[in-house]
Design a protein around this ligand. Structure first.
Ligand code: HEM
Length: 443
């Protein structure tokens, strides 16, 4: 890989990974805010309104960080990926513009009303603004996933004589079959992140004997939604995504599983290291025939190996792809175990005084962030060497006149700027957590 290409890729990988720390929380939190506001409306208990106000502040900080780090990426399409933007702008420009026009404005307008309008709007209208924040943020996610889904599985386009890709069906683009499982899996991942963050804050409050009643509410809501989301991440959404990949990107599936040669009754590798020289998985622990069964519901079905595909169509970093995938699935299994065990303890009335479980909950919140990052790495590294699968190679999409040196210069600038932003973010969030929700005012 030439160095300019490597730097442009690293540039985007860094900015998008940093950016996605924030929306993954806000999209999931938007749903949990609606849950808290619904509880407030149903019970008439001010406690749930206080809880919602607290999380709205955390939401707002993350939302602002998401906007600040999201805008540079739109420019990167032009600065670092000019040939891609020129060729495919007619398609991806549609969904990216719709994201800005419809959903971002919807979400930000109603977020303002949600935070500042509670006194004037009254309980029902305030609840409705929360629902619109949720709809706006989930629509945003939809348009972004529709853009990525088109790059994974291009549909509804035609290629002109000059090589420009034109949109031939907007409906086709928005109803791309790739979207269904990618979107549901991704949004559930957001719900998992928000649930574990909420539960961690709750566990912290209970353990430190500070804001205990809010702590119990946060743990209860977080653990319940976390258990549902993590179970659904594995089945059906993760499972269906893998089937889609087996069907449409078979070389990617072989690389994700470290399978070099085709096998009838292929095993599912739980652990092992891909050995690129010897073309095998070192130190494997695998469940025999399970990959064939999960993919085709037949124990002896054939799964193609990497050697069934030309070398120039293999993903270019197979070990990184393999490990990203296994980290996501491994952490997914761990998160199911934590969330379901805590949900059972909650149901039995034994969670709030179980210090060990509360400590686990308090410390587990980084794992969904790691799993989500690993999931996106799987999707994006797995699509290589294609920028648009089967249509345009990644090496053909960079800005031809931007050298590796220029790319590195701005990347270093991003490192510095984002390090400062990260410090500011941690400070602002810690301040809110330490302060905690406002106690209910005396009537
Ligand atoms: C537990 C079992 C899980 C399975 C079987 C699974 C499976 C998958 C598959 C097959 C992909 C598509 C990769 C590609 O496009 O090449 C994927 C992507 C992804 N996964 Fe998972 N996953 C699991 C758990 C999780 C967890 C726990 C999270 C986060 C909390 C997560 C977050 C993501 C994300 C953000 C993506 C990228 C977006 C997408 O393609 O949906 N996954 N996962």
């Amino acid at each position: 890989m030439d160095s300019a290409l490597a730097i442009h890729r690293l540039h985007f990988a860094f900015t998008v990974t940093f950016h996605y720390i924030f929306p993954q929380l806000t999209m999931g939190l938007a749903l949990l805010l609606v849950v808290l506001k619904t509880l407030a409306l149903r019970t008439g208990d001010e406690h749930y309104n206080q809880a919602a106000r607290f999380w709205a502040k955390i939401f707002a900080i993350n939302f602002a960080m998401g906007v600040v780090t999201g805008i540079p990426m739109e420019f990167q399409f032009g600065t670092n990926w000019a040939r891609f933007s020129k060729a495919a702008g007619g398609v991806i420009g549609q969904t990216l513009a719709m994201e800005g026009m419809f959903s971002f404005f919807l979400e930000s307008t109603f977020l303002g009303l949600f935070i500042y309008g509670e006194q004037r709007l009254g309980p029902r209208l305030h609840w409705l603004t929360g629902v619109f924040v949720f709809v706006g943020s989930w629509l945003s996610g939809y348009f972004i996933i529709a853009t990525d889904a088109w790059m994974q599985h291009p549909v509804g386009y035609s290629v002109g004589p000059d090589g420009a890709i034109a949109l031939s069906s907007l409906a086709g683009l928005l109803a791309n079959p790739w979207i269904l499982w990618q979107y549901t899996h991704n949004m559930l991942a957001s719900v998992a992140t928000a649930s574990f963050v909420m539960a961690a804050a709750g566990a912290f409050y209970i353990l430190s004997q500070h804001n205990v009643s809010f702590g119990k509410t946060f743990v209860c809501v977080g653990v319940t939604s976390g258990a549902v989301a993590t179970l659904l991440l594995a089945f059906p959404t993760g499972d269906q995504q893998a089937k889609m990949i087996a069907l449409n990107q078979p070389a990617t599936l072989a690389a994700m599983e470290g399978l070099f040669n085709a096998e009838n009754g292929a095993p599912l590798a739980l652990i092992g290291q891909p050995d690129m020289e010897r073309q095998r998985l070192d130190n494997p622990i695998a469940i025999p025939e399970m990959l064939s069964f999960l993919t085709y519901k037949r124990w002896h079905a054939e799964i193609k190996g990497l050697n069934d595909f030309p070398r120039d169509q293999w993903p270019d970093n197979i070990p990184l792809l393999y490990f990203s995938y296994h980290i996501m699935v491994g952490l997914g299994t761990l998160l199911v175990a934590v969330a379901v065990t805590c949900a059972v303890l909650l149901k039995l009335g034994r969670l709030y005084n179980n210090r060990a479980a509360l400590w686990v909950l308090m410390l587990a919140f980084p794992f969904p962030y790691v799993a989500t990052t690993a999931g996106w790495m799987t999707a994006e590294i797995g699509r290589q060497p294609w920028l648009i699968y089967g249509l345009m190679r990644t090496s053909a999409g960079t800005s031809a006149r931007v050298t590796g040196g220029s790319g590195m210069f701005t990347l270093l600038g991003f490192f510095g700027l984002y390090a400062l932003l990260a410090l500011l973010f941690v400070f602002l969030i810690w301040r809110e957590i330490e302060h905690g929700p406002e106690p209910a005012k005396a009537p």
